[in-house]
Design a protein around this ligand. Structure first.
Ligand code: CA
Length: 102
């Protein structure tokens, strides 16, 4: 069994039914040639077309202790071969969004 670091983003393709799921080996998601990873904390990924250009972007909640924030990685590639741009902090009222953990 191959382990994937919990602090690094990885994508796995579902290759069976939801009733009997089976996954292909995960691949790390990169910005440029560097994996999307954080030294500490828990990552909660979601995929959505954030900017409405028809390509799926990556949104990541990053929780550390009692605090968390939300990062956005815009996809400038395609859905089949995404190219994620440098992270942006999601903002509200000109401040990074902060989330309470728990
Ligand atoms: Ca998009």
């Amino acid at each position: 069994m191959q382990k994937i670091s919990c602090a690094a983003m990885a994508a796995c393709a579902l290759v069976a039914s939801a009733a009997e799921p089976s996954f292909k080996t995960g691949v790390k998601l990169n910005v440029g040639d560097k994996p999307i990873a954080y030294e500490v904390g828990h990552l909660v990924p979601a995929v959505a077309d954030w900017n409405g250009d028809g390509k799926k972007d990556l949104i990541v909640g990053h929780f550390m202790g009692k605090d968390g924030n939300v990062k956005l990685f815009i996809n400038s590639g395609t859905d089949a071969a995404p190219v994620f741009e440098k992270e942006q902090s999601l903002m509200a009222d000109n401040k990074p969004i902060r989330l309470d953990a728990g």
